[in-house]
Structures are given as C-alpha cells and as structure tokens.
Design a protein around this ligand. Structure first.
Ligand code: N2P
Length: 362
C-alpha cells in the first residue's frame, strides 16, 4: 500500500476512538423527570451517546456548579437557583441559532421565566411543577375522620393534626429553600423573605411538627406513598402522581391523591441549562432542541405527569393528563400560587444552618 495512505489510515484508526468518545453529552437531571425511551430515541436519531445522572435536590447541583468542572453539559435547575447561577457566571448563554424549535414555547411562560432568566438568554423552560401534599385517602380518613382538613396546609402544619398521621407515616422534601418558603407562606409571611426573624418563625413551625415527621427526603416518598408505607408527603406534583399511578397499578387498596392547598402552593419552572464549562456545549444544544420537539416533550409529560410549556405539544398530551388540574393547573390556582425567588449567598448559608437544626435538632 502507498505509504502516505497507510500513515493517513493509521491516523484515522487512532483518531476514531477519540472521536467516538467525544460524541457524547453528559446530562444531570432530576430523578423521574424523563420518559423511559427519550434517551435511547435521541441516541438513535443523532448518534450522540448520552451519559445520564440524576439528583433530587437543587442544592446538590448548585454545589457542583459552584465547585466548577462538574463535567456536565446539561443541568436542570429550578428558576430560583438558575437566577443566582446566571448572576454568578456559572451558565453559558444559549446559542439560539441552534435552537430552531424554541418558538414552540408558550410566550406567556417565556415572559414569566424572564423574571428569573433575563431575556430568556440562559435557560429553556422544561417542566412546570407545584409543591403540594400527596396523601393516602383511606389512611388519612381513618386517622382523622370526617373533619380532616384535606384542602389545607393544616394537614401538615397543625401539630395536633399531623400528630395523628405520625403512625401511618409523614415525609417532607429535603429542600431547605422550598420547605421554609412554604412554611413562611403558611404563616402569612413572604415566602421569599430573607429576614432572620421570619426564618426563626418558620423554624419554630417546622420544629413543632418535627416529632411527627418520619423522614426528610426528596424522592423516597414516591415509592413509599405508592405502596402505602407512608400516608402524607410534602412533595412535587408529578412525583405524587407517579405514586398515585403506581398505587392504582398495584391494586393493593392504596389510593393516593394530590392536593394543592387552598392557601396556595409553590409553583416552579425547571430549566434546561448549559454550565459555562460544559465539555460538549454543541451536543447540549442538540439535546435541548430535541426536547423542544412537540412529540418528544409530550411523551415526557405523559410519563412523569409534569406540565410542559410547549404549545404544539399539547395535542400529543393524553387527555387525562391535560385535564388534570393538579398537572395543568387552572388560572385561579396559578393566581394563588407563589414563585420562589433566588436567595442571596449569605442568606443561603443561614438557611443551610437552620435546616440542619430543623432536621437534627442540633
Ligand atoms: C422530579 C422532580 C422535579 C421537580 N422528580 C423539582 N422541581
């Protein structure tokens, strides 16, 4: 064989594995936040290999981004965290010329999202969720009788009420900003307050119900609610619907319902975003553009029961999902909901210490 050709072939052989290795995208997403076949379908369509890790708490992602060199190409922070991450220079501005499907997103959602991500420059709204209460209908009825406040945060925050649910099991998200925000809202205070006096009131409330809480965890409650191990959870809307669906499939007599309390629930947008030091930003943009395809994101909504902001996707969302007011909340629920704002890094530190005290009593 001709020598230069041999050399060229040899170079190709050496380069090939390196290229194959490079054609990847490293994704860090919430657990239970994608359809079963989304990743495989994306890999088949694009030839890009996906490395997929999961988390169940905003603080974990935040810490990794702050530390730098996370290796991730896509992360999915909630808006209040994204807002601070953008300000800290941790997120890459989106190259919108590569996001040809961006126009599918609801302009009203984009306008709201812009309050956390100015000009929608850094994040693509992925899913919308509320934080409310999931409960086991029969167990709560058995413990509390007919007068159970199954329309109110009283179910969790009134010590004498929640004490009656202690034996059937109560779980709360391990999420300092969200849980203290909800406690402040319940007390009639600003959920985004950074006053240490207000925080002390939220701490007192949470400490008063602590003896009735079995655990603080942000994903364990899905299985436990589904199989009747616990009867009340402060959790994310779609996760509680996953539990409800599992309970119905198991047919063991557990019926799980989701409650958006009448006082109002927290509403969150989670965003697809690219860390500033992402090793494969172009592949990240390809993945985000794929998620923006109506059928792709509708399949995710149908599987994980979270609403997406993609307008043409709505026709592919199952009827029982889009007509469920716990998944696609009606206007009056949204009007009563509150949006979490970013905390200053200083307050975040105070909050972390407070949260440890609430959980450990120390
Ligand atoms: C998915 C939880 C996503 C909602 N398991 C958190 N914002």
């Amino acid at each position: 064989m001709h020598k230069p050709l041999l050399v060229a072939l040899g170079a190709l052989l050496i380069a090939a594995p390196a290229l194959a290795q490079d054609n990847v995208v490293n994704i860090y997403n919430w657990s239970d936040y994608i359809a079963e076949d989304t990743i495989a379908n994306f890999e088949a369509e694009t030839g890009i290999k996906v490395n997929y890790d999961v988390y169940d708490n905003n603080e974990i992602v935040d810490a990794k981004l702050l530390a730098g060199n996370s290796g991730y190409d896509i992360v999915v922070p909630s808006g209040n965290f994204l807002e601070r991450q953008i300000k800290a220079g941790l997120i890459l501005p989106l190259d919108k010329s590569k996001l040809t499907n961006l126009g599918n997103l609801d302009p009203a959602v984009m306008a709201t999202a812009a309050s956390q991500d100015p000009d929608n420059a850094h994040g693509v709204p992925y899913m919308i969720n509320t934080i409310g209460l999931g409960y086991n209908v029969a167990k709560v009825q058995a413990a509390l009788g007919d007068g159970a406040p199954i329309d109110s945060w009283d179910l969790l925050f009134k010590p004498e009420v929640v004490a009656k649910l202690k034996d059937c099991g109560v779980a709360v998200l391990d999420s300092p900003s969200e849980v203290t925000g909800i406690a402040l809202h319940y007390l009639g205070l600003d959920p985004n307050s950074e006053s240490e006096e207000d925080l002390a009131k939220a701490e007192a409330l949470l400490t008063s119900i602590k003896p009735s809480i079995r655990y603080f965890h942000s994903s364990q409650y899905i299985d436990d609610l589904g199989n009747g191990e616990i009867c009340l959870a402060l959790g994310y809307s779609g996760d509680i619907f996953i539990a409800s669906d599992a309970a119905a499939q198991a047919a063991q007599g557990n019926e799980v319902k989701y409650l958006i309390p009448k006082e109002g629930a927290a509403t969150l947008f989670d965003f697809l975003a690219i860390p500033v030091d992402a090793p494969h930003p172009d592949n990240a943009l390809k993945f985000i553009n794929y998620i923006l395809e109506p059928k792709v994101v509708a399949a995710i909504t149908n599987y994980v029961f979270y609403a997406n902001p993609n307008l043409p996707a709505l026709e592919f969302v199952n009827e029982e999902v889009k007509s469920n007011p716990g998944i696609y909340p009606p206007a009056e629920t949204i009007a009563k909901a509150f949006v979490m704002k970013a905390h200053s890094p200083e307050f975040e530190e105070v909050l972390t210490r407070t949260w440890t005290r609430i959980k450990t009593g120390l």
